[in-house]
Design a protein around this ligand. Structure first.
Ligand code: ATP
Length: 217
């Protein structure tokens, strides 16, 4: 579904988001106070405007309240980031914000940011999980204790069916999908067979996933 996003602050984070959302076919309004940044985003957005995103009247005149979600990528200027988030929340739209540090994150959460992202921190955690195991190729944190991971099937489970592996009973994890090359089998059946090199999308508690990965694969 085509959504309408407003991306404010076109640093590395905001501009990457803008390009990607535009490529995915969404409507993107890009805003920055720096004209060069705005010009560089013109080909990768539906529209791009030079504006101070802490000016309520400017945001109103741009019709921000009609957007599905605002993303605030203003980094260093914490005060502007907080101010802008507050204005967007007052306009009644969902807001995701990039935070500089935990202090910034706390304030943003207190004023109602719907999601706070600390890119360096989040990426550090993802990379650590990938480094922790040779078999993990991707990792999504569902909560502090639960995750979805992509694991490469080892020789140990080659040609075993889901029922034979009995992952849910033995390890408390669920195999959500099996990827084989370009094909993806979502909600696999008990008799579906896994081959070495398949990518298993597994959901469970971090402890259970680790047990499965170390003892069951
Ligand atoms: P990144 O790490 O994503 O490159 P950063 O954390 O270094 O970014 P900044 O460069 O400080 O963040 O800010 C990102 C962008 O936000 C800049 O292009 C800046 O011009 C813009 N910006 C800052 N304040 C405002 C504001 N009040 N209104 C609009 N844009 C702003």
């Amino acid at each position: 579904m085509r959504k309408q996003f407003v991306v404010i602050g076109l640093g590395r984070f905001g501009s990457a988001l803008c390009r990607e959302l535009d490529m995915l076919g969404h409507e993107v309004l890009a805003i920055d106070s720096n004209e060069d940044k705005v010009n560089s985003m013109l080909p990768y957005s539906t529209s791009a405007v030079v504006a101070n995103a802490t000016d309520e009247n400017v945001l109103k005149s741009l019709g921000i309240r009609n957007f599905d979600l605002g993303i605030v990528g203003i980094g260093e200027d914490m005060q502007s980031s907080i101010h802008c988030t507050l204005l967007l929340k007052e306009m009644g739209i969902k807001v995701w914000v990039k935070a500089q540090n935990s202090y910034h994150q706390k304030i943003l959460e207190k004023i109602g940011a719907d999601r706070v992202i600390q890119p360096e921190l989040d990426m550090g955690i993802r990379v650590a999980h990938k480094l922790d195991s040779e078999n993990i190729i991707d990792y999504i944190e569902l909560s502090k204790d639960y995750s979805i991971v992509e694991l490469i099937a080892t020789e140990y489970i080659d040609q075993k069916s889901i029922i034979e592996l009995n992952v849910r009973a033995k390890y408390g994890c669920t195999i959500l999908a099996i990827k084989r090359g370009e094909e993806i089998n979502i909600s696999p059946l008990p008799n579906d067979v896994i081959f070495q090199g398949d990518v298993l999308v597994v959901m469970g508690s971090n402890i259970d996933i680790k047990r499965f990965e170390e003892k069951g694969m």
